[in-house]
Design a protein around this ligand. Structure first.
Ligand code: ZN
Length: 138
């Protein structure tokens, strides 16, 4: 989609699904199974210790821009109180997380100092798509 000459292209989207405590951890695990069974996207690793810029336990799912219209409303309706960070990937991680982000639920603090201002295309992680949605991938 052509938006504007100096608007960077969105290469992919991330949804970071946060949880805190045993009850939310169980909800997050259930949601992960439903996502895996429904969407052809990349399921990231489960993190009980907050990785990188994140300040709460979470897991990430990555998806192609073409899936946005399906995945985001589905997450909005099925998040069951979990807070979710949605951010585009435009090779500008700091701005993507801090300025370009959308939140479902309550925004959470992020550690800006570990986010690079810019990365090259070679450093951008390619999507590893769960092409046949099934439970328990990765
Ligand atoms: Zn991310």
């Amino acid at each position: 989609m052509h938006i504007d000459d100096d608007t960077p292209a969105v290469r992919s989207w991330h949804a970071h699904i946060y949880f805190d405590g045993a009850a939310q951890r169980a909800l997050a695990a259930e949601l992960r199974e439903r996502i895996a069974g429904r969407w052809a996207l990349q399921l990231g690793r489960w993190h009980d210790a907050p990785p990188g810029p994140h300040t709460r336990p979470m897991y990430m799912v990555a998806f192609a821009p073409a899936l946005f219209d399906g995945v985001v409303p589905w997450l909005a309706l099925n998040r069951r109180g979990l807070d979710i960070l949605l951010h585009p990937n435009t090779l500008a991680p700091r701005a993507d997380h801090l300025q370009h982000a959308l939140w479902l639920g309550q925004p959470q603090p992020l550690r800006a100092e570990v986010l690079a201002a810019a990365i090259s295309i070679d450093d951008d992680e390619a999507l590893m798509i769960n092409t046949t949605p099934r439970e328990g991938a990765r």
